[in-house]
Design a protein around this ligand. Structure first.
Ligand code: SER
Length: 317
């Protein structure tokens, strides 16, 4: 099927892999990558690439019109830990970019939007285990507030203007191609890199902090499957709960020790501990399973195997 797809924030942790996968599926020329900065060679050379500020309506509209874009994946965002340091910048980036694409869809200049939300929409009064789709949400971070507000706007634009916007609440994402930046769950990527480079890792969260996580391949598949699913079957137009696995720093360290003998971990919790403590430990994603057939494929063991194998290959070890 031919269609023109624009990715905003294509050089980030999710955007990089999402762009390459969409290009594989829909053709290199049909998938336009954009970001405010340059990205990897494979991303910039495998198809169209534009330097683009997602917070500028005019710039996004120009690109949409030029390439006759039908679908937008909005991946530009400031994550939880960085957003605590730059609250206003985070709010402006996370909200203005969303309004830009919602308004383009309202004006019928694009047909469909994917916008990721996060487990950060939940707060310390949310039930921690098997967190339900519909529950008490009192986020305590700027990032969480921006995602929760964004969810309400998505639901509003869908109900009021018929905008076809689709969203999932991503847990922490683990990947080896592009590193994350500024998130609370980033430790679950850093730990693999340090295990291979130095044989040891100092974790900024406590040993027993359970968080929901997902391997990137599952996350990319979830995004594309949701976008390709029948819109009439989607009962949630705010954002779907999405689960895959849950583990603590202690547990991921043990799974690494099984393949990297001698790996050592110690713990020096910092300000990110309070953020992690306000988030759920596990997620009830039954609505996503029911509505569009979501099913994760990677557990912790499989994730560790893949991460170690790919990172070793990357570094020529
Ligand atoms: N991975 C994100 C973060 O830690 C959560 O969505 O900020």
């Amino acid at each position: 099927m031919q269609k023109s797809i624009l990715i905003l924030g294509a050089c980030g942790q999710i955007g990089t892999e999402l762009t390459l996968e969409l290009r594989k599926k829909f053709g290199n020329e049909n998938v336009i990558a954009s970001d405010i900065r340059e990205g990897s060679e494979s991303l910039m050379e495998s198809g169209p690439f534009e330097i683009l500020d997602a917070t500028s309506y005019d710039a996004v509209e120009d690109t949409v019109m030029h390439y006759e874009v039908e679908e937008v994946y909005l991946m530009a965002a400031m994550l939880s830990a960085t957003a605590e340091k730059f609250p206003e910048r985070a709010w402006n980036l996370n909200m203005n970019s969303l309004f830009n694409v919602l308004n383009l869809a309202k004006e019928k200049k694009i047909d469909k939007i994917f916008w990721p939300s996060s487990i950060a929409v939940f707060g310390k009064n949310t039930p921690k285990e098997n967190t339900p789709q519909h529950t008490l949400m009192e986020p305590s971070t700027v990032y969480g507030i921006s995602k929760q507000t964004g969810e309400r706007w998505c639901a509003y634009y869908h109900a009021k203007y018929g905008v076809d916007v689709r969203s999932v609440r991503f847990p922490g994402l683990i990947s080896w191609k592009t590193q994350p930046g500024g998130g609370t769950t980033d430790y679950a990527v850093d730990i693999y890199i340090k295990a291979l480079e130095e044989g040891k890792y100092t974790c900024f969260l406590k040993e027993d902090t359970t968080l929901p996580m997902m391997y990137m391949e599952d996350a990319i598949r979830a995004s594309i499957e949701l976008m390709e699913s029948d819109g009439d079957k989607l009962s949630i137009r705010s954002s779907y709960n999405l689960g895959a696995m849950s583990f603590t720093p202690g547990e991921i360290a043990r799974s690494i020790q099984a393949v990297v003998p001698g790996f050592k971990i110690d713990y020096e919790p910092d300000f990110r501990q309070a953020i992690a403590d306000s988030w759920p430990g596990s997620i009830d994603d039954s609505q996503a399973r029911k509505d569009w057939g979501w099913k994760p494929e990677f557990n912790l063991e499989r994730t560790t195997e893949e991460m170690i194998r790919e990172l070793r290959a990357l570094k020529g070890r």
